[in-house]
Write a protein that binds this ligand. Structure first.
Ligand code: MG
Length: 369
């Protein structure tokens, strides 16, 4: 099975707003093979930049575009293709947008591989699989604790057994923060896993003080209390925090996650569409198992990312995925058979590859170029 083409499809809804919603503007990757099969992946980054990284022609050694690097190659060995892309982009890659773009290609290659052998990705990876995965949804904190309470009630009505709140007014004042989290806890009850995303706002001393303050409210994890680059800070904070510390939604490659694990981060959160793709996610799960840590996908884009995250979790013994509730048609309609959220759970697609199908009408309507 030879790769014949790689397509970077930029989809964009009209009037993209500067809000924390990755479902307004997305990059879908399709990898074509000479037997007629097509693999689908997604990149959750700057779509114009990552599209250029895929489409760029041959340059000097180790500065090529991704399509140039893999067209004509055998599609069988996905991990060898990952290494090939990594090596041949390393003058401008290794981290950042080049790895984001590779995420879409890598995930499409796994989809293709599954389709070629007629197996869902989780089975291809030897996972016993779970038909159903527990899901959590992410909400922005309300402007007031009352509003946070109402949002948390909505989450409870959806049957969610795990909910995350973050950003918004959170992080500026200890008492206000506690009031918001207390309101959320009151609304969801004691049996719901409640996580808090601090949005990289604090230094180590503030993070420790907040962790102590929020501990009585039963927080599942405290996410990104420090800058993503404050690795020394994480090394100081993690062993002392009374609440598990989560990080890694912006991290790339196994090397980045190895570093976070060594610094003591308890919950690792690779995003399939950012970190380097499914190949990296599988490796992170292996490292987490060895180091007794937890891997939970960050997933706030389309159903392509959701499906990939589900296969990864089902194959690697995971128990939770993030489910994006944004109303964008790119989240709700792009994948025709989007796995729905039912009673706080979502089913793992059972078809070959990722088990999803794109809606060509949605692609035609929102195609940016
Ligand atoms: Mg986050």
């Amino acid at each position: 099975m030879k790769i014949t083409d790689v397509e970077a499809l930029h989809l964009r809804i009209p009037g993209v707003q500067e809000i924390a919603d990755g479902t307004q503007d997305v990059l879908i990757v399709r990898v074509y093979a000479d037997n007629g099969l097509v693999g689908i992946g997604e990149v959750s980054s700057q779509p114009y930049v990552c599209k250029a990284i895929i489409e760029a022609p041959r340059s000097a050694e180790r500065r090529h575009g991704l399509r140039q690097i893999i067209v004509g190659q055998d599609a069988e060995n996905v991990e060898a293709l990952w290494q090939r892309m990594y090596f041949h982009t390393n003058r401008y890659g290794r981290r950042g947008a080049a790895i984001h773009a590779m995420s879409g290609v890598d995930t499409a290659l796994w989809d293709l591989r599954g389709k070629a052998v007629g197996q869902p990705v989780y089975q291809l990876w030897g996972g016993a699989g779970r038909a159903n995965m527990r899901a959590y949804a992410s909400y922005l904190f309300g402007d007031t604790p009352d509003e946070t309470f109402r949002l948390a009630q909505e989450a409870k009505r959806l049957g969610l057994e795990a909910v995350k709140f973050g950003w918004g007014p959170f992080g500026k004042d200890a008492q206000v923060d506690r009031d918001h989290v207390e309101a959320a806890r009151r609304a969801v009850g004691d049996n719901c896993e409640l996580m808090v995303d601090a949005g990289c706002k604090w230094d180590v001393a503030t993070a420790l003080a907040r962790a102590e303050l929020l501990k009585p409210l039963g927080i599942g994890w405290l996410e990104e209390p420090l800058s993503q680059d404050d690795l020394r800070g994480y090394a100081e904070l993690c062993p002392r925090s009374p609440i598990p510390i989560a990080a890694g939604e912006g991290e790339v490659t196994r090397y980045g996650f190895e570093d976070l694990i060594e610094r003591g981060v308890h919950v690792l959160q690779p995003d399939v569409a950012i970190c380097g793709g499914l190949s990296v996610c599988r490796e992170v799960s292996r490292m987490c198992q060895t180091a007794s840590r937890r891997a939970v996908p960050h997933c706030f884009s389309t159903g392509v990312n959701l499906a990939a995250s589900l296969h990864w979790m089902a194959a690697c013994g995971g128990d939770l995925v993030e489910y994006c509730l944004r109303p964008s048609p790119l989240m709700r309609q792009l994948v025709r058979n989007l796995p729905p959220l039912v009673d706080g759970h979502v089913s793992v697609p059972s078809g070959p590859g990722l088990g999803i199908e794109l809606d060509e009408e949605v692609i035609d309507e929102y195609r940016a170029n």
